[in-house]
Design a protein. Structure first.
Length: 1018
């Protein structure tokens, strides 16, 4: 059974691949006008503020009114070429609905079609071009509706049909659609799974036709029929006529022909569907004036039939905060209505809205299941109901005594449907319960073990009987079991003899899927972003399969193979802690020889690679990281696995950065490029610390785009950390010069970060050191915005911890630093990224020191702390510089911050009374800063000399010389005049004769409008 598309009332605008840059005319719906070209939305002519992503989604929906747009369609419109979790669509749609007032006063603009997507249901008019500004008159349909609303309703005629005993919630659109179809055509079948509310909707439609259009209604209940042949007699009995029990249809047709307006409702046709189909076809041919409304779990498949697929009630998202918001969704309204009826004391409070919403989601929005659950509130309470939902089939068994037996419990409803299946369909339904979410045709074939012909027949049967949903959006067909159906089928599978073989096939399919796409985790492959988005849906299946395989010794090698190749997918979803635990468990089994003998070295290599990366983000354990990467590298070199060698080199490069081995970092970046250009290179890199020519870059034509970008990123950061800002900047710019689509496609997988975000973060650091603080802040803000836009936690942590927060601190913008640090903590804690949370902890201590809430000696750096982080903290708060940090600087090991740390060491000497040693250290730092091209460090060094020379009572000529030097350095700045260091430098010069000329020159170079941003527009 396939659900027909919703038909728009006028020809929709041509579909668009995305709202950005569309040169379209003005569109109008209700009191709203939207201009895709100008990217504006107004209500009654007043502009409305709407986020960029929400605006893109609104344009996409308005340009295809009446059509169901899948999540993939919407993600392509608002996040082109990005890997985005489907939760991002829900969040933006929720914001869009709120902005439009969707649901207020009964108005609806955007509806959710469960398992399919979203549909814009309001009438959209093309109101001419923006320039013309022509008002389009109200459509005739709307005018007609207005006129008809003022006409008196016809008197209702008798309705031989059971009345609805309770209110119908959330089915207004379905009732209107079916009513419209029955007025226009002879036969409509309301199709859907058991408990979805088919009979209730049919009764509501019949009442509406009876009251508004004068139809007489005959209700025929077919559930009690034992055979299809009895259908005609059941209709005759309902009409109260005598007919031949061998051929009752001629008499029935003759009676129906005498009626002017008659609706026949055939309820529960599924178990007598053949007889119902023959009967309805006969009646429509011999009594063309009659209208027939059927309810069934599958369609009749007859000429003239319109099938209305009845889906679950609309469900709320998981982030609701108030009862009012939750009650906007029909599923919640139904639960509250029925719970209040069974328990007089029940009132949903704000703090209970999330629980109720979760209950409704776990029950798939099925009305019968929700009603049964709501009836249990007075027995077990709301919290008890949540706890018991794992055994939902046993729990939901307290229906109305007057309900049909098949609807008194959820299990009875599913038993009724199951008994209507053939043996092959029953077997396939049980097999498909192994899937945790949507699954493809290939997955269905792999798990069921059926031939294409048998599989096609089984799938068609299950879909037509409403036990399996199909989704054809996005080109490929996908199938899905409602959770209640899946739980029922899983019980059947567990009780069968094929349960273990189905689980084995399921795990084999997932392993082969990951193996066939082994290169998808290598950034830059054209299909990488699409692969990640496509395969993210399998994450729950992977968890199930891994857990199953690890429980049995004979299947552990299969589990190892799955874990070994799942790293890119887990990394793209920022599930680092989970992957680390799995990889550690898998490697422990290999080390203990506890895996099956067919475990191979390739799996071990991939496990070590993935574990090394996961360790970095979750624990920051540099020693364990190095061991893991070196173990993988030995295997990679033995196998000549170039791709894995690159990954291991990258991992060891991370270790060098974390431990402060900046020269080693640069050398490994160079080695990465050599391996990328020379797949057959075999030279070991375990001790790659030699000084390699830093100008030896990877040839753009010799490596794929992803590797070229990754190498450029490694070189940019490696050279920057090693203090070579002049050489680092071109590599960062090379990444930014690549098209955004290439950067985003290349960014996530084994190398974990979005490449563009990484480039902007490194660029921000370089720009600040080179004396461009405003540009640096702009780059940092852009990096954060990009990371937020693609909704990738690792990229966001990197953008803030490495780039944005340090630049904000160095510039003295504590407000911005506070905003970004809070965002860093939120992202790190949400994904258990302890390594990045340590950055947030440290930055918060810096702010406490700045605010006077914490003494510097109470927030010292720690030996276990990442060396780069320790040095960064010292560049912000000099009091944190300990002996370890200063000793590294004296040995020249601190690279990028060596000039600043030498300055701090000099000030320590001066404070201790060693004037000459202090001045020598500061002067050495200034000279090194000039060599590195670090104008900002040079400025700080000159400021220290001016301060201390004055306090030491140096000769006037010497003081003038130092002030002149500071004035000259300050005059080299072209921006950043409102940042802390430049303001302090100007204050030092205010009392000198050099101040007027220096400040005049600096002011002359100040841009009319600073590009610095003080807030995050993400």
């Amino acid at each position: 059974m396939s659900t027909p598309p919703i038909r728009p009332s006028f020809s929709p605008l041509p579909p668009d691949t995305g709202a950005r840059g569309v040169d379209a005319g003005l569109l109008r719906f209700g009191e709203f006008d939207i201009s895709p070209a100008r990217r504006t939305l107004s209500r009654h002519g007043e502009p409305l503020r709407l986020g960029s992503r929400s605006f893109d989604l609104l344009v996409a929906l308005c340009q295809r009114p009446g059509e169901v747009l899948s999540n993939q369609d919407l993600m392509a419109a608002a996040w082109p070429n990005r890997v985005v979790d489907e939760g991002g669509v829900r969040v933006q749609i929720a914001a869009l609905r709120k902005a439009l007032g969707d649901g207020q006063d009964g108005r609806r603009f955007i509806t959710n079609v469960p398992l399919r997507g979203y549909c814009f249901v309001a009438t959209v008019d093309a109101a001419g071009t923006d320039a013309a500004g022509i008002d389009v008159p109200q459509p005739a349909s709307a005018a007609g509706a207005s006129a008809s609303a003022s006409m008196p309703m016809k008197a209702a005629r008798p309705c031989a049909m059971p009345s609805l005993l309770t209110s119908l919630v959330g089915r207004e659109n379905d009732i209107d659609e079916v009513t419209h179809r029955l007025v226009a055509g002879p036969c409509v079948t309301i199709a859907g799974p058991g408990g979805i509310g088919k009979t209730s909707v049919a009764r509501a439609v019949a009442e509406k036709l009876s009251q508004q259009d004068g139809f007489d209604v005959v209700f025929v209940e077919l559930a009690s029929l034992a055979a299809s042949a009895h259908t005609g007699m059941a209709i005759a009995s309902a009409l109260g006529i005598k007919a031949s029990d061998t051929d009752p249809l001629p008499a029935v047709a003759a009676t129906l022909r005498s009626q002017e307006l008659l609706l026949v409702v055939l309820d529960n046709c599924e178990h007598v569907v053949d007889g119902a189909a023959d009967t309805v076809e006969y009646l429509l041919a011999h009594a063309p004036n009659v209208r027939v409304l059927c309810t069934s779990r599958e369609s009749l498949r007859i000429h003239g039939e319109w099938v209305h697929g009845l889906g679950p009630l609309a469900l709320p998202p998981g982030d609701l905060s108030s009862a009012g918001d939750a009650l906007r969704y029909p599923a919640v309204r139904l639960f509250v209505d029925r719970a209040s009826a069974s328990s007089r004391v029940f009132r949903m409070e704000d703090h209970e809205a999330r629980q109720v919403s979760g209950i409704c989601r776990s029950l798939d929005g099925i009305p019968l299941a929700i009603e049964l659950a709501a009836a249990m509130v007075d027995v077990v309470g709301l919290a008890g109901l949540v706890d018991r939902l794992g055994s939902r089939l046993a729990l939901l068994g307290r229906g109305r005594r007057t309900a049909p037996a098949r609807q008194q419990t959820l299990r009875a409803t599913l038993d009724w449907s199951y008994q209507l299946l053939s043996a092959d369909e029953q077997s396939m339904l049980a097999a498909f319960s192994v899937f945790k979410g949507q699954f493809s045709y290939a997955a269905a074939r792999a798990v069921s073990g059926r031939s294409p012909e048998a599989l096609d027949a089984g799938l068609a049967g299950l879909v037509s009987k409403s036990l399996l949903s199909s989704d054809r959006t996005g080109g490929a067909i996908r199938y899905h079991l409602l959770e209640t159906t899946r739980a029922y089928a899983a019980e059947r599978l567990a009780a069968s003899e094929i349960g273990q073989s189905i689980a084995w096939r399921h795990a084999i399919f997932l392993r082969d899927m990951l193996r066939s796409s082994d290169q998808a985790g290598e950034p830059g492959q054209p299909q990488t972003a699409r692969w990640m988005c496509e395969h993210a849906r399998w994450i729950d299946d992977l968890r199930l399969a891994i857990d199953w395989t690890f429980k049995r010794k004979e299947t552990r090698s299969l589990g190892l193979a799955i874990v070994a190749r799942a790293a890119p997918l887990y990394f793209s979803l920022s599930l680092l802690a989970e992957y680390r635990e799995m990889a550690e468990r898998a490697l422990a089994q290999i080390d203990a020889a506890d895996a099956a003998p067919d475990s191979d070295a390739e799996d071990e290599m991939h496990l070590c690679e993935g574990l090394g990366h996961a360790l970095w983000h979750t624990r920051g354990d540099s020693a364990a990281m190095a061991r893991s990467f070196r173990r993988a590298l030995v295997i990679a070199e033995q196998r000549g696995a170039t791709t894995s060698r690159r990954r291991c080199l990258w991992g060891l490069w991370l270790v060098c950065n974390a431990t402060g081995d900046y020269a080693g970092s640069r050398a490994l970046a160079e080695r990465f490029g050599e391996v990328a250009n020379s797949p057959d290179a075999t030279r070991s890199v375990l001790s790659a610390t030699a000084d390699i020519d830093v100008t030896n870059a990877v040839d753009a034509g010799g490596a794929e785009a992803s590797v070229r970008l990754t190498h450029a990123r490694m070189m940019a950061l490696g050279l920057h950390l090693d203090g070579r800002q002049d050489l680092a900047a071109p590599f960062a710019q090379r990444m930014l010069d690549e098209p955004a689509t290439v950067n985003h496609a290349a960014g996530i997988g084994w190398f974990q970060f979005d490449q563009r975000v990484a480039a902007l973060s490194v660029s921000a650091r370089i720009q600040w050191l080179q004396g461009r603080p405003d540009t640096a802040l702009a780059s940092a803000a852009e990096a954060v915005r990009e990371a937020v836009a693609i909704d990738h936690a690792l990229s966001l942590c990197y953008a803030i911890a490495i780039g944005a927060a340090p630049v904000a601190f160095w510039s003295g913008d504590l407000t911005l630093a506070r905003v970004w640090t809070a965002l860093l903590r939120q992202s790190a804690e949400a994904r258990s990224l302890h390594f990045w949370r340590a950055f947030a902890d440290s930055y918060e201590k810096l702010m406490d020191i700045e605010d006077g809430r914490l003494a510097p000696d109470g927030a010292g750096t720690q030996p276990a702390m990442d060396t780069m982080l320790r040095e960064t903290l010292c560049t912000v708060q000099p009091a944190l510089a300990d002996d370890f940090v200063l000793a590294r600087a004296r040995r020249g090991e601190s690279g990028w911050c060596n000039p600043e740390l030498l300055r701090l060491a000099g000030e320590r000497h001066l404070q201790a009374g060693s004037a000459q040693a202090g001045i020598d250290a500061i002067r050495k730092g200034i000279d090194l800063a000039r060599k590195q091209g670090a104008l900002s460090w040079e400025l700080r060094g000159c400021m220290s000399l001016v301060r201390w020379e004055g306090s030491l009572g140096g000769a006037a000529g010497r003081q003038d010389e130092l002030r002149s030097e500071l004035s000259t350095v300050l005059a080299r700045f072209r921006e950043g005049f409102s940042t802390r260091d430049l303001l302090q430098a100007a204050q030092l010069l205010e009392r000198s004769e050099a101040a007027p000329s220096a400040m005049a020159e600096a002011t002359a170079r100040r841009p009319a409008h600073s590009g610095r941003r003080s807030v995050l527009n993400a």
